[in-house]
Design a binder for this molecule. Structure first.
Ligand SMILES: Nc1ncnc2c1ncn2[C@@H]1O[C@H](COP(=O)(O)OP(=O)(O)OP(=O)(O)O)[C@@H](O)[C@H]1O
Ligand SMILES: [Mg+2]
Length: 242
């Protein structure tokens, strides 16, 4: 039984068809990569899977044997779905620490008080080389590109979701940060987790080897294959993908 199944999914916004009939089955314990040219619909798919209300859609999304097509984002988060956005929003007045504690307590059975949470957060931040002082900054406010990505991965570690979609988490990271972030993700991956990595670059897929790569073009999955597909892509470009 797949953990996530997408059936005949079509997504439209303001008269523009962005996703045209996608069918996908993702298995528990596997890592998938989603690649494709700019504007092919990858982020839209990610946002629809997380429950964005800003699109019209038809078809269905089944998660863990449950139809979640119309479930709101907060319910999906509770069920264990996580999305790291390509462009995270800045939140004035809310520190990373308090944001994450609120998010954690909203979706977890076990609630943590400020002190408990602080220690738990510090431990996870350390894994990503994030300085303790950084945790009291306002969420995403004035963060560098790399800092945003790292704080997203920190959020993932804290929330411990079952199904993770990472939308270009590797973009804008320097070589060392890319390695740290990739290791963070790698250590998180287990046979209980399913990961969908949206990326433009082969580098990330060298750190985290996907079980399967999907190529999206013009709102459709046009090809799937193993890691060798990323190599092929680098050589031939998307035009060469038949
Ligand atoms: N609100 C909107 N109104 C009109 N078109 C939209 C809207 N949102 C997205 N689109 C269009 O849908 C298409 C898919 O966008 P999307 O962000 O999903 O692409 P992507 O594959 O993630 O691209 P990239 O690799 O550049 O991140 C684009 O052509 C985009 O302009
Ligand atoms: Mg995108």
């Amino acid at each position: 039984m797949p953990i996530l199944e997408i059936k005949n999914l079509r997504v439209e916004k303001e008269g523009k068809e962005i996703i045209r009939n996608i069918n996908l089955k993702l298995e528990k314990g596997k890592v998938y990569a989603l690649m494709g040219p700019n504007g092919s619909g990858k982020s839209t798919l990610a946002q629809v899977l997380m429950g964005s209300k800003s699109y019209n859609l038809s078809g269905s999304v089944i998660f863990n044997n449950e139809d979640i097509t119309n479930a709101p984002a907060n319910e999906r988060a509770k069920k264990g779905i996580f999305l790291s956005f390509q462009y995270p929003t800045e939140v004035q007045g809310v520190t990373i620490s308090s944001f994450l504690r609120t998010a954690y307590n909203a979706i977890s059975e076990k609630k943590m008080n400020v002190l408990e949470f602080h220690n738990f957060l510090k431990k996870n931040a350390k894994k990503l080389g994030i300085d303790e002082n950084f945790l009291s900054r306002f969420l995403n406010l004035g963060f560098s590109g790399g800092e945003k990505k790292k704080s997203d991965i920190l959020q993932m570690l804290v929330l411990n979701p079952k199904f993770v979609i990472l939308d270009e988490t590797d973009s804008g990271l320097d070589v060392d940060s890319l390695k740290t972030v990739a290791e963070g993700i790698k250590n998180f991956i287990s046979k209980e987790k399913t990961v969908l990595l949206i990326t433009h670059y082969k580098k990330m897929l060298e750190y985290i080897k996907p079980d399967e790569i999907f190529i999206m073009k013009n709102g459709k999955i046009v090809k799937s294959g193993g890691s060798e597909l990323a190599e092929e892509l680098e050589k031939k470009g998307y035009a060469g993908i038949k």
